[in-house]
Ligand binder design. Sequence first.
Ligand code: IVH
Length: 717
Amino acid sequence: MARAAKSRPLRDVADLTKAQAKVEHMRLALELEGHDKRYYQDDAPTVTDAEYDALRQRFNAIEKRFPEFVSAESPSQKVGAAPSGRFKKVRHSIPMLSLDNAFAEEDVRDFVGRIVRFLKLDDDKVDFSAEPKIDGLSMSLRYEGGELVTAATRGDGAEGEDVTANIRTLEDVPQKLKGRNVPDICEVRGEVYMTKKAFLALNERQKAAGDTIFANPRNSAAGSLRQKDPTITASRPLGFFAYAWGEMSAGAMPEDTQSGMIRWFERCGFKTNPLTKLCHSVEELLAFHHSIEEQRAKLDYDIDGVVYKVDRIDWQERLGFVSRTPRWGIAHKFPAERAMTVLRDIEIQVGRTGSFTPVGKLEPVGVGGVIVQNVTLHNEDYIKGIGNKGEVLREGRDIRIGDTVVIQRAGDVIPQVVDVVLDKRPKDAKEFHFPKKCPCPLHTDVTREETAAGEEGSRARCTGEFACPYQKIEHLKLFVSRRAFDIDGLGEKQLQYFFDEGWVKEPADIFTLEKRNSKLKLEEIEGYGATSVRNLFGAIESRRKIALERFVYALGMRHVGETTALALARGYGSWDAFHDACLKVARGDEEAMAEMDALDQIGDTVIKSIADYFGESHNRGIVERLTKEVEIIDAEKPKSNSAVAGKTVVFTGSLEKMTRDEAKATAERLGAKVSGSVSKKTDLVVAGPGAGSKLAEANKHGVKVLTEDEWLKLIGE
Ligand code: IVH
């Protein structure tokens, strides 16, 4: 980024050089992401709709001129973002939840087994509706008195966007439900999708007109639905399959099975997926999966697996939900998609804690709708083909620069190399030699340590700690990240820039940026501007107050992840108490160590890491300067005077008045310990309908059993 003349008016997109456009594109992408988050998640927008639209328009204009900037991550491609304007929010009367995933046959057998046990059936004669899992956007259509009144996207499950005007343009969505005896209130749910053929044709048209090119049919369906102008949606061929329901007037369920409901949707005028099938056993479910997978490539719409649902609705109701997914249904996904490409180079990335991760630089290749250019190679032994047991990389394969590799990507999982095509290995393929020095300018020595559980091989680490600039920047990135200080508009690239310029060397510097800005003049950075700078300072200011657990996590101590940070925050309650304990632990104070050790989830590794961190004067300085800038909010200490303080509680069966997570959180807040299994040490078991083996265990050990209501009475709620 180069500095430009002072307070420039916005240049016409047509006059930007490619480099300038790139910087602005990046900045706008971050800015839009921030605004979307504040609008959709925090309900606290900081700009007007008109200002937002202007940013979007400029962003779209840049992408239109330089289509090569479009990536799958661009806000123009995001399913959760609006290409133009915003839509009214709609609260779902019944949340739109998601399904748990099964990948292996075993997962499906376990799923059925759990159902049979839960329902205490004598045999496994459960009927399932088996349906293709359409890779589109789920939609909830609300009919009142038989007329379509609202169409809403899933959003975060609780609240979606009102896209009624656009949905009305879909041929597959009836404006009025057919048939008599339609429930007065009736929400039909299903998937909006675009056919592969329509997607390809649309992209051709978009290309010719210089408009956004979509990465896959799902993105193009999302983009087509989120148009401010319904005539645009009308020009895009979108389909809809009905497969579920939300609110229905009391006592008006038209059918008592999932398969019956599907037939009822058809009678109402909806399309349902023609491959849907009623299955009577696990074997039939697996055969269905296999058969659909074989047909997948030939289908004219994208699917990413199949869905199994218990057919009887009364059983679905008894089975209920575990946190956010139903016990009565599961998505059986298809295996990860694979692609072949060439490994061009291997680079070393130095993480926040100094550990080295070799990253494979690939000849870009599309896998499952995403362009992949980087792939993690884990560690030295993995590259040598000796550090794995063939679980990921095919056994005995070593990886060389120049090799043709097979990469795999499953869902959100980071892509991995799963095989090396030896036949294609060029004569000049280069073996990779792991560096003996850190690639940072200090060239510090490298040590080795055993990797975390579950990962094979040893990990190389830089010994430079905070003196190593790579570690410093990674640490700063963690500091501003979503789960730590969550500073909008200070993305990785900006941070790197501020760091390279020497403006932000440690966390406290972020909070003094505004004070120093009369000298720094951030608004003069090319591609920045007065508004972005004002927004950035606003975002920083709003984060000056921070919860203790986030603060502890943001310090970036090794082995102190979010859960550990929360346990520490709850254990000590205030920053002063925690800080005092850390300093004592660092001095080897045995009493302080024992006190920390007594906390739930805290053990030797964490204590040693805290001692190391606070044993370093450099770190103590960083913390001291930072605490002068921010206000740390005390954590809620678990109550010690409640009826259940100190007791070990197990929840089993289905709870009706609260979710499991809620029940657990409340119990913990009241000082109880929540466990997943019953033993002699358990004090109380709270059993809801459907409780099985845990209830039996409780009776065996003579543990006191309460109903949900009795529990609520005990805790006074
Ligand atoms: S039933 C409680 N049936 O998959 C959730 N979902 O992870 C009930 N999907 O958000 C959903 N095809 O977008 C269901 N035949 C089908 C589906 C399907 C695709 C999507 C849907 C949902 C996600 C669930």
